[in-house]
Each structure stands twice: as structure tokens, then as C-alpha cells.
Design a protein around this ligand. Structure first.
Ligand SMILES: Cc1cc2nc3c(=O)[nH]c(=O)nc-3n(C[C@H](O)[C@H](O)[C@H](O)COP(=O)(O)O)c2cc1C
Ligand code: SF4
Length: 476
């Protein structure tokens, strides 16, 4: 057990649920890991269980829709229906066997940000506003009765989760400009019924949801909220950049903090907080160029106004940074999204005091988010086993052989690593005097230091695996 990371390894409670450490898997959509009816398939179960096996205290699933007729998307979109019960029960049992807890993220819908490729009907929203992807398409304003129906569906979805022994739910989302957020932000919501108007009116929808869930499943069932403190919206489809002076058209920090207090009083048990929106994806989905811990200045403010636990993700996968943030009390839990796609064993490695063995996420988005919009299943540029945990598990070779890997670029490094893990005797030949190939020039700029981490990681792993490295050797 590591002393250096003692805060990360400390238990915490969300509502009545005790979590064994401070690491939550940040919610990430799981294209390709569901059945046609929207329930989790075997690959999806394996994917989450692998992160529990790796020591993660709290697994938060990616979005599951609470209904699919009003905000109507194509089949296969993750959906809570009676069919979701059995796979969720299997998942909960397996996650609990590793001492981890699991919350299911319930999405109220996509609304204006529903991708036309994934929609079955006209997109809906709080008001008749343009679709994000195709502004020529105008969203249909939801009727009051439809909003009430969605509240009921959210409660029904939570009942199914509780029946499956899921430990809690997270409502998606007063964040990133999704359907529920479209109701809370004045720029999108021009309604004149009870779900519009002043801040209280605009927050009525998320307030009714938490109250309906608690009524249906009990006060002791935790309900967290995905929450963006600030939207960073400059205008339709335009986001503000770090350090830029602009007028916020979405939720500003002042309103964000007011909203958080109201939502906490309504019954939410935790805030899984960040910043950004579809219009400012550079914030909501931080690329390599954003700082590690980019949301911390916002989270610090949020933490001062609420008493329930605050989870923060956003390139927080550097163990020293995570420990410092917890130690200083800036947040109560650390959300790790892509870092756990890259390395499901993040927590175990921290616990064993060998953080240098954590496979770094480069922040590239190439294998994960980038593939969603190509209609490809979830993957990762540095860990292709994501979502294929059973198929791609590395087993010892039946008959170890002498393996020659030619070229010390990233492909050669990975081939040598995998062959050595499988028990082969590996020699790696590189004609130049150093390993890394294109990783060398890629990792020069300061903002690409994660590529340098990746290269250092490969060098260390090959050393630990006793791969024989022949530099300055051309193979003919
Ligand atoms: C592939 C992918 C899918 C995501 N899907 C969701 C989602 O379903 N719900 C959600 O609240 N956030 C989603 N996010 C955002 C993450 O939860 C997280 O806030 C973001 O990736 C920043 O954290 P990280 O730097 O640790 O990845 C997704 C992110 C990625 C990369
Ligand atoms: S694809 Fe890139 S950004 Fe996504 S998890 Fe893998 S390394 Fe990180």
C-alpha cells in the first residue's frame, strides 16, 4: 500500500454508499458495446469489469437513455428498458466482487446536440432552436406533458437500476449542452410554461427528476449530477478559448454556483463537475493542447458552495496531480476517463507504488471519441483491447520462440512488448541510435509532453521485460 498516494486510496461516501478509494471512472459513451435493444452486451460488461479489476473505486457508466421515443435515436443507442435489468445485474455482481461500486449514468436526452446520423425523428429541445450539427434543422419544442413524461421515465429507469443492485445513478446532464442543460440555459430556453423563465423555472426539470427518483427508489439511493459550472459559449457553435475575454452566452460561473446550491438542496448527492459545452468542445473534451486539471479553477469555486462530494475529471490521470488536488481539498474524488481507457489498472499501480508503469493517455481522441462519429466501436490509440477485453487478453504463448522486431518506432516497441509479455525471447533492432521513431519529434513541444511520457513508458517496459535492444543496427 502506497504512502505517497494515501489520499487517493482513502474511502469516501456518496450518500449512503461507501467507495473504497477516491477514483471514479468518468462516464464515457460505449458505442458498439450494447445489444440492438440498448442493453449492455457481454463486451460492455467485460469492459467495465476490467476497470473494477484494476482497482477503480467507483465505475460510472456512459450514458443510457431513459426513453427513446420523444428524443428518438437509432436502435442500439444505450437505453434503459426491462431488457437492461439482467446485464446490469450481472455487471453489478461482478463489479462488487472486486469491492468496487457502480453508478449508471441516465441521460435525459440529447436534444439539440443529437447527431442527424443517430436521430430517428426531428430533434427536440427546450425551444425551437437550431440543431448543433446541422443548423438548417430546427428542433421541435417539447410539450409540457412530454417533459413530465421524461421525468416519469427517469424514475422508472432508476427503479430498474436499483432492482439490478446498481449502487446509484448519475443524471446526465446539466452539462455540455445536452437536452437537460438546454432547459437550464437561458440562451436555449425561451419557454413560457413552468419549465422556462427565471433560474428556478429553468432548473425545474432537473429538480423534478431527482425528487421523482428519490420518491420511486428511496432517499438512500444516491443520485449524482453531471454538471458544468460554466458553458464557455461565445455564440451558436462558437466556444471561448482559454484566456480569451468574451461574453458568456451560456451558464456563467455566477449562475453555475447559484444553480449548484439549488440543485444540492433539491436532493442531488454529488456533483460530477466540469466545464464546456458542444459549442465549446475544446473544454468539454479536452485535447492534448489543454492543461492537465483544466477544470480545477472552476471546481475550487464549486467546492466552496456545496457540501456534497465533488468529482472532477479533465486530464486528471497524473497520480501526483490527483493526490495533490485531494490533499488540498479542491475536490473529493478524481474522475478519470480516457486515462482508464488507456490503462484499466491505474489504481492498482498507484496502490503498488509504481505509477511509472501506468500507460499514459496522450489526449489524442483518435481511438475513443473520434471513432464515435465514424460509427466505430469504442477503442483507444494506445490500448486496442478496450471493449475487447476477453478477445485481446494477452495469454502466454504455447511455445516460446525467438522473436525479431525490426524498427524501434511505436509499432516496433508495441510488438516487442506484447511478444515479450507472451513469453517470447525478443530482440528489437533499430537502425538509428535511439528508440521512438516519430514519437521523438512529436514529443518535442511542451503541449505534447504526454507523447514523451508514452515513449519513456515503452523504454521502461521493454527494460523490465528484458527485451534485447540493438541500436545502430540495420537489418538487411
Ligand atoms: C469517448 C468518450 C465518451 C464520453 N461520453 C460521456 C458520457 O457518456 N457522459 C458524460 O457525462 N461524459 C462523457 N465523456 C466525457 C468524460 O466523462 C470526461 O469528462 C472527459 O473525457 C474528460 O476527462 P478525461 O480527461 O479524464 O478523459 C466522454 C468522453 C470520451 C472520451
Ligand atoms: S484514444 Fe487517445 S485520448 Fe482516447 S484514451 Fe486512447 S490515448 Fe487517450
Amino acid at each position: 500500500m502506497s504512502d505517497k498516494f494515501s489520499k487517493i486510496l482513502e474511502p469516501i461516501k456518496i450518500g449512503t454508499v461507501e467507495i473504497k478509494n477516491r477514483i471514479a471512472m468518468a462516464p464515457m459513451g460505449i458505442l458498439g458495446l450494447t445489444n440492438p435493444d440498448g442493453s449492455l452486451n457481454k463486451r460492455g460488461i467485460d469492459y467495465y469489469v476490467e476497470r473494477a479489476r484494476g482497482g477503480t473505486g467507483l465505475i460510472i457508466t456512459g450514458v443510457f437513455k431513459v426513453e427513446n421515443e420523444i428524443d428518438a435515436m437509432i436502435s442500439g443507442t444505450p437505453l434503459i428498458s426491462p431488457a437492461a435489468l439482467t446485464p446490469f445485474a450481472e455487471l453489478a455482481e461482478a463489479v462488487h466482487a472486486f469491492g468496487s461500486k457502480i453508478f449508471v449514468q441516465l441521460t435525459i436526452g440529447f436534444g439539440r446536440v443529437g447527431h442527424p446520423m443517430m436521430l430517428r425523428k426531428q430533434p427536440v429541445s427546450a425551444s425551437a432552436i437550431p440543431n448543433y450539427w446541422d443548423p438548417r434543422v430546427t428542433c421541435r419544442e417539447l410539450k409540457t406533458e412530454e417533459v413530465e413524461e421524461i421525468v416519469k421515465k427517469a424514475a422508472e429507469a432508476a427503479v430498474i437500476c436499483r432492482m439490478a443492485d446498481i449502487d446509484g445513478v448519475e443524471i446526465h446532464a446539466v452539462h455540455e449542452g445536452y437536452l437537460l442543460d438546454q432547459f437550464t440555459i437561458a440562451f436555449f430556453n425561451r419557454r413560457t410554461d413552468k419549465y422556462g423563465g427565471d433560474l428556478m423555472g429553468r432548473l425545474r426539470f432537473p429538480i423534478e427528476i431527482v425528487k421523482a427518483i428519490k420518491k420511486a427508489v428511496g432517499e438512500d439511493f444516491p443520485v449524482a449530477l453531471r454538471f458544468s459550472v460554466k458553458s464557455f459559449i461565445k455564440d451558436w457553435n462558437q466556444g471561448g478559448l482559454p484566456g480569451e475575454d468574451f461574453v458568456e452566452k451560456g451558464r456563467d460561473v455566477e449562475e453555475g454556483l447559484k444553480a449548484a446550491k439549488i440543485l444540492e438542496a433539491a436532493g442531488y448527492d454529488a456533483f460530477d463537475a466540469d466545464g464546456g459545452s458542444y459549442d465549446a468542445w475544446y473544454w468539454a473534451h479536452p485535447p492534448t493542447y489543454q492543461e492537465h486539471g483544466l477544470y480545477l479553477p472552476l471546481i475550487e469555486k464549486l467546492k466552496k458552495v456545496v457540501k456534497v462530494p465533488v468529482i472532477v475529471a479533465g486530464r486528471m490521470e497524473l497520480p501526483e496531480l490527483a493526490e495533490k488536488v485531494l490533499e488540498e481539498g479542491t475536490a473529493d474524488m478524481i474522475g478519470i476517463g480516457r486515462g482508464l481507457l488507456a490503462d484499466p489498472y491505474w489504481v492498482n499501480k498507484v496502490e503498488e507504488d509504481r505509477p511509472e508503469d501506468i500507460l499514459p493517455c496522450t489526449g489524442c481522441h483518435d481511438g475513443c471519441l473520434g471513432r464515435i462519429f465514424l460509427g466505430r466501436p469504442l477503442s483507444c490509440a494506445v490500448n486496442p483491447a478496450v471493449g475487447r477485453e476477453s478477445d485481446y487478453r494477452l495469454e502466454p504463448a504455447n511455445k516460446p520462440k525467438n522473436v525479431m522486431c525490426i524498427g524501434g518506432g511505436v509499432a516496433g516497441l508495441e510488438a516487442a512488448r506484447v511478444a515479450a509479455i507472451r513469453g517470447h525471447k525478443v530482440t528489437l533492432y533499430e537502425k538509428s541510435n535511439t528508440l521512438g521513431g516519430h514519437l521523438i519529434e512529436v514529443s518535442v513541444p511542451k503541449f505534447k509532453e504526454d507523447y514523451k511520457r508514452l515513449l519513456d513508458w515503452y523504454k521502461l517496459q521493454l527494460k523490465k521485460l528484458n527485451v534485447d535492444i540493438k541500436l545502430d543496427t540495420e537489418v538487411s
